[in-house]
Every structure is written in C-alpha cells, then in structure tokens.
Ligand binder design. Structure first.
Ligand code: ADP
Ligand code: ASP
Ligand code: MG
Length: 482
C-alpha cells in the first residue's frame, strides 16, 4: 500500500445512520451536518443509511398484503410511502431548488417499479423470500438517494452508490451471508475512486445482491452490518454507528429510563450483547471490524456532542461485574427426553444434526442424564424439527420465552455473582440457566411477560453504584452540576 493510500484509509470514517437519523427532513439535515463536521476535520467519509424510520416494516406489510392477493391494500401502503418520500424531498431541497425535479423523478421511478412488483405478487398470490427481499430493498434505495442529494445543501459533494453492486452475498434470501472478498473488490471499484475524488459516497445499508445480481438482504437491522463490511473492505480508520441513544447503555433505555451510557466496551462484550438482543447493534456487526482492528463507535445523532460508546479490542478493568443487560424475546424452549437410549454415545450429535439440517441456530443448551433442553429463536422449521427428533426422543416445546443476558468481562473476578443475580429476580420463574462458555455472560430463560420487571430489578441490583471510569454518571448528577 502506498503512503498516500494508507493516510487516506486512516482518515476514512464509515458513518452509518439508522432509521430515526433519516426519518424526516429535519433528521436528514442534522445527519448531513454531522457528516460535514467530520469532513471539516479533514476526514473522508462513506455514509451508509437505513430506510427512513418504519419504512421497512411498511414494505414488509405491503409485500405480505400482496402475497395474500390484497392488491389495493399493498398499493395503498406504497402510495403513503411515496407521499412521505416526495414530501421529504421538497422539505429537504425547497420548492425552487433546481435539483428537486431530478430527485422527484428518481423517486417516482423507484415507486413505479415497486408498484409493478406489488401488482405482480398480488396477481400470483404468492410471496417468496426472494421477492420479499426485493420489496424491502426499496427502503434503503430511496433513503440513500435522498440523503445523497441533501448533502449538496450542506456543501458536501454526495455521490449515490448502488449498495447492491458492492455488498455481494450468497443467496440465503432474508438473511444473506456476505462474501468479503467480492465485497472488497466491488468497494475498490465503485467507492474508492469517489473518495479519492473528494466526494462523499452515500449508500443504502441492509441490501446486497448475490453473484447473479439478484437482490438480497442481510436481515433486520442489517445496515450496521453493511457499515462494518464497508469499513472492513476499505480498511477504514473508524466505523461510527449513529443512532437515537447516547451509545451502548447499561440496558435498553426504553425499559429502564435511568440506564447509563457505557463509555468503553470490548468487541467481545458488544458482540455478546448484540447477539442476545440489544437492538442497538446488529449481531454480526463487530466481526469484520475486529478482523481488521477497526475501532467502532456508537453515537447519538440527536445529541452529536455526546462522546458515545467506544468498542475496543481490550476492555479496561471495571469494578462492576457487568457492563450491560440484554433480553432476547420470542424464543421457544424445546425439551428433548431420551426415551430409548439414555444419552448413549452419539446421541447429542444425532439431536444437533437435526437442528443443523434445518439450519436452525440454537441459543442455549442444558443437559441432564436423560434430557436436553434447547432454545431457538426461529419457529419456522419447528414442526419438521420436532417430527424428526420424535424418532429418537419424546419432544415438547413451549413458546413466548425470553433470555435475559448479563454481559461483562469482569464476571470472572467477582465471587457470589450468581447468588446476587438470582436473588434480584427471586420472584421470577426461571426455566434454564447458563453461565456462557465465553465466561463473559450469564443468562437465564424466563417467560416473555416477566422481561421488563426482571431487567429493572437486575439494573437496580447491579447499577446502583457503578464504576465511574466505565459508566457515564452525568445523568445521575443534580441538574445544576451537569
Ligand atoms: P437504528 O434505527 O439507529 O439502527 P435501533 O432501533 O436499531 O436504531 O437501535 C437503537 C435502539 O436500541 C435504542 O433506541 C434502544 O431502545 C435499543 N436498545 C436496546 N438495548 C440497548 C442498549 N443496551 N443500549 C442502547 N440501546 C439499546
Ligand atoms: N431498514 C432495515 C430494518 O429496518 C435495516 C436497518 O435499519 O438496519 O431492519
Ligand atoms: Mg438498528
């Protein structure tokens, strides 16, 4: 690598803005201002945006309506989305801006294609995962075009990049796996020249295409993943995930309004939290960044002055055992009781092979002499899995379960933690317990309806006197001294 190129990469920041950061003209203008702030510091930026808030949910609803043959219902959703985008474009650029007709035309082209697609799905009355991906891809296709145009208002030269040309994946529709080498090559072809020309590339997150060019998506919340893939592929100096909270917090602030910002967290802790339900980051986000040792920041676009959370390779020592508490809902617990061959040699393998065959990920496992309990987050293939397991065991399953997960690298250094955890939730019925093999999480399974109460009790028990070197306690200071 030449010196010029390595300097360019050190100075390159990939900035991802979530749905609430591009939800309307005001939010998009704020986002543009944040990007301009980075550019003013002499940094180059690649911007990855989600669909405007709630748009993906509405596209999923439109696709489902069309799949049921409800043509007018599907087109009505699309019409509302069209109005929202057209109005936002006017509010962003202003009626008299010479670029408004071009942006409007581009948005109408996308919406006309969406409407044609919905009519086609409704005519056939069948929605396949492949077509569902195509419908949901419109959210990021539209938002990225608007944001790229809005940048000019802020003196930035935005350049729209078609994300589907860059994020190359396998063809597992709905949750495609990225192909890093192909992505790196595509980013070098489509994005690097724009950066070198001093432009600010803007691309949609979440969407990609397979090797045949057919549209795929990376799964819900996948724009974070796109940012990490772009950061990894371009060897960026930093990745910033801009969202609607001050960073990674001690738990979801929607459940516990007195949650605190975690100033620094390790890659391993953040990955564990994301996997176990902390929506603030997509579970797969961290990996491409870790592999290339790229620092990741989680920041608040509604409060850009806040320092956010830095995700680093090694977490600093912390006097508090846990960094954060996450909850993963909509889980199913499956009890497999070995009726005929009491856990004989090869038995566990036979059970796991069934899950493997149906590509069903298992979250938690506990075994006894004769039984295995497992939890899964996808009910899609459950009837087939249980039918097949039924050949070697008695099987029963129960839904509406949730996993509470406490994460922290300092669990190891504290004695009596399990006792403190379980006395904090002594009023809750606990089904399964696991102290993660990674030694940085402690998790247990409860009924979904007990989640909020359990989290609040645990938060009181573990974050009443937190270590100020790791947690931001400003929110707890009297208003006058903040
Ligand atoms: P975006 O649209 O920016 O991707 P998301 O809605 O996906 O934002 O994620 C941000 C939300 O994650 C927050 O509003 C918050 O409610 C939720 N959340 C869950 N757990 C945490 C946590 N530990 N720290 C911060 N936010 C969390
Ligand atoms: N728009 C997609 C979703 O809502 C991806 C994302 O926002 O990260 O899931
Ligand atoms: Mg998200």
């Amino acid at each position: 690598m030449t010196t010029a190129m390595s300097t360019l990469r050190e100075n390159l920041v990939v900035m991802k803005f979530g749905g609430t950061s591009v939800e309307d003209a005001v939010a998009i203008a704020r986002t543009a201002g944040i990007v301009q702030g980075r550019r003013n510091k002499g940094l180059a930026a690649v911007v990855v945006v989600s669909a405007m808030a709630k748009v993906t949910d509405q596209l999923i609803a439109a696709a489902a309506a069309a799949g049921r043959g409800d043509r007018s219902g599907a087109l009505a959703i699309s019409a509302r989305l069209r109005n929202r985008h057209i109005d936002t474009a006017v509010a962003l650029l202003g009626e008299s801006d010479a670029r408004l007709p071009g942006l409007h035309a581009a948005l109408h082209v996308e919406f006309d294609a969406l409407d044609d697609l919905l009519r086609g799905i409704a005519a056939v009355g069948e929605l396949t995962p492949r077509t569902n991906d195509l419908v949901t891809s419109f959210g990021e296709r539209l938002s990225s075009r608007m944001v790229a145009e809005a940048f000019a208002q802020h003196g930035l030269e935005g350049a729209h990049v078609e994300a589907r040309h860059c994020i190359i994946t396998d063809d597992h529709y709905g949750k495609a796996t990225p192909l890093p080498e192909a992505i790196e090559a595509a980013l070098h072809q489509h994005v690097l020249p724009l950066i070198e020309a001093g432009k600010t590339p803007v691309m949609g997150g979440f969407i990609g295409s397979n090797l045949q060019g057919i549209t795929t998506t990376l799964g819900r919340g996948g724009s974070d993943y796109t940012a990490a893939l772009v950061g990894g592929g371009l060897h960026a100096g930093a990745i910033e995930i801009w969202t609607d909270v001050n960073g990674i917090m001690t738990t979801d602030p929607r459940i516990c309004p007195d949650a605190l910002r975690v100033k620094t967290i390790s890659f391993e802790e953040a990955a564990e939290l994301a996997y176990f339900g902390a929506k603030v980051l997509h579970p797969a986000t961290i990996l491409p960044a870790v592999q290339k040792s790229i620092p990741v920041w989680v920041l608040n676009s509604h409060n850009p002055g806040n320092e956010g959370t830095q995700i680093v390779a090694m977490s600093p020592r912390c006097a508090s055992p846990f960094k954060s508490i996450a909850a993963k809902k909509r889980l199913t617990i499956i009890d497999v009781v070995a009726s005929r061959m009491l856990m004989s040699h090869g038995y566990l393998k036979a059970v796991f092979d069934v899950f493997d065959k149906y590509q069903c990920a298992i979250d938690m496992v506990s075994t006894s002499e004769v039984s295995i309990s497992l939890t899964v987050d996808s009910n899609e293939k459950l009837p087939e899995i249980c039918a097949e397991l039924g050949k070697i065991a008695d099987v029963k399953y129960e839904g509406h379960k949730a996993l509470i997960c406490l994460v922290g690298e300092d669990i190891r250094g504290h004695n009596g933690i399990a006792g403190r955890v379980f006395s904090a939730v002594s009023h809750v019925n606990i089904r399964m317990i696991s102290q993660g093999a990674s030694e940085i999480n402690m998790s247990f399974m409860i009924d979904e309806e007990d989640v909020e109460e359990a989290i609040r009790s645990l938060h009181r028990a573990f974050f009443t006197d937190p270590d100020p070197t790791v947690f931001d306690l400003t929110a707890r200071l009297p208003a006058a001294s903040r």
